[in-house]
Design a protein around this ligand. Structure first.
Ligand code: ZN
Length: 68
């Protein structure tokens, strides 16, 4: 069992999350940037499937993703 710590509650932090659609469970939610700022990582709220969106050079310009 993996629990994600809620340490991402920094008011004023901008663009630290992405909207993502989890096709596995047909749900939409947000995933947050990791500590290193190299990727957005998160889990499906229903089945817990982990997803990771790497952030490229200069950041990703996409604001919406689909996890399959
Ligand atoms: Zn799922």
């Amino acid at each position: 069992m993996e629990k994600h710590p809620e340490e991402s509650k920094n008011p004023g932090e901008n663009k630290s999350f992405l909207g993502i659609y989890f096709a596995c469970c047909n749900v939409y939610c947000r995933i947050y940037k990791n500590r290193e700022g190299t990727a957005y990582v998160g889990n499906c709220p229903r089945c817990g499937k982990r997803t990771r969106i790497p952030i490229g050079r200069g950041g990703t310009s996409e604001r919406f993703f689909i996890a399959e």
